[in-house]
Design a protein around this ligand. Structure first.
Ligand SMILES: Nc1nc2c(ncn2[C@@H]2O[C@H](COP(=O)(O)OP(=O)(O)OP(=O)(O)O)[C@@H](O)[C@H]2O)c(=O)[nH]1
Ligand SMILES: [Mg+2]
Length: 652
């Protein structure tokens, strides 16, 4: 039987734990054999942290009351044998709620008061100051306490029209979207802006992050949510109700926030929930089925999807079935099909990406370590030739040989100036790339857009400023790419020269592909475009909204630039470290050669001993090479499935 989402996620976690362990063994082994130069070390560190911090975010998005929270309960929390996320008729989840696990923080619910919207800091910045959040401790062993505490995400406040306006929930120019006013003249708004739930649930512990959202067309949704969180989720589950089909507001949410260029089936799951409302005692099962099929087909057509991309389920019956261990009801709820779609599409995709990136990194790492081994091998070969040439020679020849090595050593030491020059050209070019991709550059490129958005009144020029900003950003990236190419050409040239001159085996590491970040920029540009249309002009006219939009955009761009810089940094570090490693090895080599001559000068038998020693060292190097291949191939190894035999962990 195919694996459920939970089982597949468990497996993914097991693979990651095993990987971390193997990586640790590899790193110890490299250290023991003196193969850990600073580039290798940096690469190991990144691999380790990539594996440890890898998160998979699944967002549940829909109009209110479609059953988002109930589905989350049914898929992830049925084990608690009760509802954990509040789910009830009408608006229930009032603020975006993120469920995840951070071992550094005790199990708790953190709530950010809605009034923080009066300040300009974006959500990202509030995340850095957890002490400003309202905190409720959670007792994971007490599901009742857990669910009671989490009820807080439904809390509301009643405020005057002015207050609602200031907080972004009231717009005089689009009255149809405004919340209803009570008979007391007050407006109901969420009490909290965002909720973070930290619990040691097995799936969350392995890096799953679930995002439950309030009905999205609710006016006052934050750009942060629609611009950052949802587009960055690895998968979005979009939920419709089978009894209502696709309503106008469902369609609006789909079109504004979820539609992707290629309607990527792996990252978007459309759920037709509440099919139990069609289970009707007067209809035959075949009639019910036909009705569900019809809804499914219509839904797919309206959203522009294939029929199989719409998954009919009953979240609520699925939850009840799991709580009561009712297999028939679970089957009828069709929840298992949805779980499988999540497991295969979403998680499968994520795993593929992670594994490919890890495999590429391991490949580089192996290349780096192999290079160190081959320098050693060459040094040994040279010494061997030198020593064999001494056989049967008299003392004066040996003395002469010593003088020659010493002279070579002196020449080599004098070459320090040349290497220094290479380094400073390298650094200068690198600084240019850093300037192009740094925070200051990003900020200044965004200035025009920021100004356009912060202008009072209607912002007709915004779209143009926006397009121009992205053109400039792309241009900057391309410039950085050109300088990178220059660095690569320089490295390749000087490395070749040094190789020829000193018999090094330097090889410029692979240059990062900055064009990839250009594609990221395109994505961000597209995802923000929706905010700049005519239909949004009125919202854009509000300074707070425009401000939040700009900040959300800046946050997202910063992430892209930081990761581009990180790659550039690693690439250059690895080039510099290679050079260091070869210089170090060469100095050691001189030492060893002189030492050998000394011993030969002192005792007649020294020569044969030394030759035997070198032979033994050559053998040992072959062993190291084999072991390195073995250790790294285990790391890039991808388990085929649950039954795949895991090679036992063993160390020589
Ligand atoms: N009949 C039926 N009712 C369901 C199903 N799933 C959810 N519901 C009910 O629909 C109501 C709304 O469910 P929620 O999970 O609160 O909906 P939501 O999408 O989270 O809504 P908001 O939090 O308000 O955005 C609740 O009363 C649920 O019990 C289902 O499969 N069948
Ligand atoms: Mg909800």
């Amino acid at each position: 039987m195919a694996l459920s989402f939970n089982e597949q996620f468990d497996q993914h976690g097991a693979w990651r734990r095993e990987f971390a362990l193997r990586l640790k063994l590899l790193s110890e082994w490299l250290k023991d054999h003196d193969l850990l130069d600073s580039a290798v070390e940096e690469r190991l560190r990144r691999l380790e942290s990539q594996m440890r911090t890898d998160k998979v975010m699944v967002a549940f998005v829909a109009e209110f009351s479609r059953g988002k929270s109930e589905l989350i309960n049914a898929i992830f929390f049925a084990g608690y044998k009760r509802r954990i996320m509040p789910a009830s008729a009408g608006r229930t989840t009032m603020c975006p709620t993120e469920l995840g696990y951070d071992p550094e923080v005790p199990p708790c619910l953190r709530l950010l008061p809605i009034e923080t919207r009066l300040h300009t800091q974006p959500l990202m910045e509030w995340r850095m100051v957890p002490e400003k959040w309202h905190r409720v401790d959670l007792d994971v062993n007490d599901p009742q306490q857990l669910s009671q505490a989490i009820e807080k995400v439904s809390e509301v406040r009643h405020v005057t029209v002015e207050e609602a306006r200031a907080l972004g929930f009231w717009h005089d120019d689009s009255p149809e979207d405004n919340p209803m006013m009570g008979s007391d003249g007050l407006i109901e708004i969420p009490k909290w802006r965002h909720a973070l739930i930290n619990i040691a649930h097995p799936l969350l512990k392995q890096g799953l992050v679930i995002l439950d959202t309030p009905g999205l067309n609710a006016i006052g949704a934050e750009p942060e949510l629609t611009v950052n969180l949802i587009p960055q989720a690895h998968a979005v589950v979009f939920i419709l109700a089978a009894d209502t089909g696709v309503t106008k507001s469902d369609l609006q949410i789909w079109r504004e926030h979820l539609i992707t260029e290629d309607n990527d089936a792996d990252s978007r799951l459309v759920v037709l929930n509440k099919i139990d409302t069609m289970w009707d005692a007067l209809s035959t099962p075949a009639q019910v089925q036909a009705q569900i099929d019809r809804q499914r087909a219509t839904t797919a057509e309206i959203l522009g999807l294939q029929r199989h991309q719409v998954i009919p389920v009953s979240g609520q019956k699925g939850l009840v079935a799991k709580v009561n261990d009712d297999a028939d009801l679970l089957k009828a709820s069709r929840l298992p099909q949805l779980e499988q779609a999540l497991a295969h599409g979403v998680l499968g995709q994520r795993q593929k990406i992670l594994r490919a990136s890890v495999a590429a990194n391991i490949g580089e790492l192996r290349g780096e370590a192999t290079r160190v081994l081959s320098i050693r091998r060459r040094d040994l070969a040279e010494q061997m030739v030198e020593l064999k040439g001494l056989r049967g020679k008299n003392m004066s020849v040996i003395k002469h040989m010593r003088a020659r090595i010493e002279q070579e050593q002196a020449e080599f030491d004098a070459s320090g100036a040349k290497i220094h020059a290479v380094r400073s050209v390298h650094l200068k070019l690198l600084r240019d790339v850093f300037n192009l991709l740094g925070t200051a550059a990003l900020k200044s490129e965004m200035q025009e857009l920021t100004d356009a958005l912060r202008q009072p009144g209607l912002k007709l020029g915004v779209r143009k400023a926006y397009g121009k900003t992205f053109d400039r950003l792309r241009d900057g990236l391309r410039k950085a790419g050109k300088v990178s190419d220059e660095i690569q050409t320089m490295l390749t040239g000087t490395f070749r020269q040094l190789n020829a001159e000193y018999g090094f085996s330097l090889q410029a590491p692979r240059e990062p592909d900055l064009a990839r970040y250009e594609r990221d920029l395109d994505l961000v540009e597209r995802s923000h475009n929706q905010y700049l249309g005519v239909s949004n002009a009125l919202r854009l006219a509000q300074p707070e909204f425009a401000d939040r939009l700009v900040r959300a955009l800046a946050t997202r761009l910063r992430v892209i630039y930081e990761s581009a810089l990180g790659e550039v940094e690693l690439w250059n570090k690895s080039a510099a470290a290679q050079l260091d490693a070869q210089l170090r090895e060469r100095r050691r080599n001189f030492g060893r050669r002189l030492e050998a001559i000394e011993r030969i000068q002192q005792a007649a038998s020294g020569l044969d001993d030394r030759i035997a020693e070198i032979e033994a060292q050559e053998l040992a190097l072959d062993q190291l090479d084999l072991k390195l291949a073995e250790l790294t191939s285990h790391l890039s190894h991808t388990p085929a499935g649950p039954a795949a035999a895991q090679p036992a962990l063993k160390m020589a």
